[in-house]
Design a protein around this ligand. Structure first.
Ligand SMILES: Nc1nc2c(ncn2[C@@H]2O[C@H](COP(=O)(O)OP(=O)(O)O)[C@@H](O)[C@H]2O)c(=O)[nH]1
Ligand SMILES: [Mg+2]
Length: 418
C-alpha cells in the first residue's frame, strides 16, 4: 500500500468506494447507510473547519454491525474513530502551514518538471524558509537525491509522496528519545512546566489537566508562578474549568514553598499527577536558575526520582527564537520534553523538525488551538497528515502491482501546467 493511501485510510477514513465494497462483501449488511451524519467526533467540539474536506471522503460511521451484543464497539472501531479525530485535529491546527507547504510544493513541482539539482536547491530553500532548520533540510534532500537515483525517478511529480514519506523517516531516525510521557500508575507523578512568559505554560497546564482527567487520573495543580500579577488567578480559573484542585499562596511568595505544600497535599489526597506552573524570567538567567533549582530540590527531596517530566513550552510562532530559548533553558535546567504551542498560529510548521533534529529533545505535545482538547500528543504521522492532508486525500491509489511501473505508464494522468 502506498504511503499516502495508508495515511489517508488512517486519518481521513475510507473512501466511499472502499466502504461500498465492504458493504457489498458483507452478507449481513442491513442497509444502514442512511444513518445520521453526526458522528462521535462531535463529542469534544471538534473544530468544524476540520470537516470541510472533499465530500467523497467519509469519516467512519458506526452501523449496528459495529456493536457487539453488550452494545460496546470493538477496539478496532474505537481506534479507527480516535485516529480520525486526531487526524481532524492536526488538519485543522496545521491549516496555515498546510496552505503554505502545499502551495509551495505544488509551485516547485510545476516550475521544475524534471528532478535535477535546480529542483533540489529550490526545495532546500523552501524548507529552510518554512523553519525546518538547515541541518535537517540538508539531511532530507541528501536522502531524496539518493532515493530519486535509486528508483530512477525523473519527474518531480513522482517525488511528491517520497518527500512527505522522508519527513517521517527523518523524524524516526533520531529515535533515542521517546514522545511518551514518563507517567506511571501507582505513584505521585510530578510535571514541571517551564518556559518564558507568554509561550502558553498556564494554558497548556489546563489542557494537560483536562486530558489526564479524561483518562481517569486524579490531577492537582501548583501555582508556582508567583511573580506575575494575575498568574495565580489564571491557573485557578483553569482549575475550576477542568474541575481540579489548585494549590496556591499569595503573589510574591516563594514558588518552592508552593510546590512543597502541593506535594504534601497531593500525597495526602492520593493524587496521580501534580503539574507545577513556574514563572519564566529568562532575562535574568541566574535568578531563574536558582528558582528552578530550588523547586527541583524540594520536589526530589520529597519524591526521589521527581520531577518525572520537566516540559519546556515553546511558542511555534516565534520560529528560530524558540530554538534559542530552548538552548538557554537547556543551560539552566534539564528538559525532558517540549510542548510546542500555537502551531495553529504559524504557516511555518517546519519548526517541529528543527527542534527534533537540532535540540535532540522530543516534542511531546503540540498546541493546535485554544480549546481544551487542542493539546495533542505529537506524532510524526499525524503531523505530516496535517501538513499535506489535501495532497494525501487527493491521492488516487494506484494498485500495488502497478506502483513499480507507474513511471512509464502515466501519460494521460498528468495534469500539471506546461
Ligand atoms: N492559538 C493558540 N493559542 C495558544 C495556545 N497555547 C496558548 N495559547 C495562548 O497564548 C497566550 C499565553 O498563554 P499563557 O498560558 O498565559 O502563557 P504563559 O505566560 O506561558 O503561562 C494565551 O492567550 C493562550 O490562549 C495554542 O496552542 N494555540
Ligand atoms: Mg502563566
Amino acid at each position: 500500500m502506498s504511503f499516502f493511501k495508508r495515511l489517508k485510510d488512517k486519518f481521513s477514513g475510507k473512501s466511499e468506494n472502499d466502504i461500498q465494497k465492504e458493504l457489498n462483501e458483507d452478507v449481513e449488511s442491513d442497509a444502514s447507510s442512511d444513518s445520521d451524519t453526526s458522528t462521535e467526533s462531535d463529542d469534544l467540539n471538534l473544530n468544524e473547519t476540520a470537516e470541510d474536506s472533499k465530500p467523497k471522503k467519509k469519516p467512519k460511521k458506526l452501523s449496528e454491525a459495529d456493536f457487539d451484543e453488550d452494545g460496546l464497539i470493538s477496539i478496532e472501531d474505537f481506534e479507527e474513530i480516535e485516529a480520525q479525530k486526531i487526524g481532524a485535529k492536526f488538519k485543522a491546527g496545521l491549516e496555515k502551514s498546510r496552505q503554505n507547504f502545499q502551495e509551495q510544493l505544488n509551485n516547485l513541482i510545476a516550475r521544475y518538471r524534471k528532478v535535477d539539482e535546480d529542483f533540489f536547491e529550490a526545495l532546500e530553500e523552501m524548507l529552510i524558509t518554512a523553519d525546518v532548520g538547515f541541518n535537517t533540510v540538508m539531511k532530507l534532500t541528501d536522502e531524496l537525491r539518493t532515493e530519486a537515483q535509486r528508483r530512477n525517478i525523473q519527474e518531480t511529480e513522482d517525488l511528491r509522496e517520497v518527500i512527505v514519506e522522508k519527513i517521517v523517516e527523518i523524524y524516526h531516525q533520531e529515535d533515542e528519545h521517546s514522545e511518551a510521557m514518563n507517567i506511571e500508575d501507582g505513584r505521585l507523578n510530578v510535571i514541571l512546566m517551564v518556559g518564558v512568559n507568554g509561550v502558553g505554560k498556564t494554558t497548556t497546564i489546563g489542557k494537560l489537566a483536562y486530558r489526564y482527567q479524561q483518562e481517569g487520573k486524579k490531577v492537582m495543580l501548583a501555582a508556582g508562578d508567583t511573580f506575575r500579577a494575575g498568574a495565580i488567578q489564571q491557573l485557578q480559573v483553569w482549575g475550576e474549568r477542568v474541575g481540579v484542585e489548585v494549590v496556591s499562596q499569595s503573589e510574591g511568595s516563594d514558588p518552592a514553598a508552593v510546590v512543597y505544600d502541593a506535594i504534601n497535599a497531593a500525597k495526602n489526597k492520593g493524587v496521580d499527577i501534580l503539574i507545577c506552573d513556574t514563572a519564566g524570567r529568562l532575562q535574568n538567567k541566574s535568578n531563574l536558575m536558582q528558582e528552578l533549582d530550588k523547586m527541583k530540590r524540594v520536589i526530589s527531596r520529597a519524591i526521589p526520582d521527581a520531577p518525572h517530566e520537566a516540559l519546556l513550552c515553546l511558542d511555534a510562532t516565534t520560529g528560530q527564537n524558540a530554538l534559542s530559548q530552548a538552548r538557554s533553558f537547556k543551560e539552566v535546567t534539564n528538559v525532558s520534553g517540549i510542548v510546542l504551542t500555537k502551531l495553529d498560529g504559524t504557516a511555518k510548521g517546519g519548526i517541529v523538525l528543527a527542534i527534533r533534529n537540532e535540540l535532540h529533545i522530543p516534542v511531546k505535545y503540540v498546541g493546535l488551538g485554544e480549546k481544551l482538547d487542542d493539546l495533542q500528543p505529537f506524532n510524526p504521522e499525524s503531523y505530516v497528515y496535517g501538513l499535506f492532508a489535501d495532497m494525501i486525500e487527493q491521492n488516487e491509489d494506484i494498485p500495488d502491482e502497478l506502483v513499480e511501473s507507474s513511471n512509464e505508464t502515466e501519460e494521460g494522468t498528468q495534469d500539471g501546467p506546461k
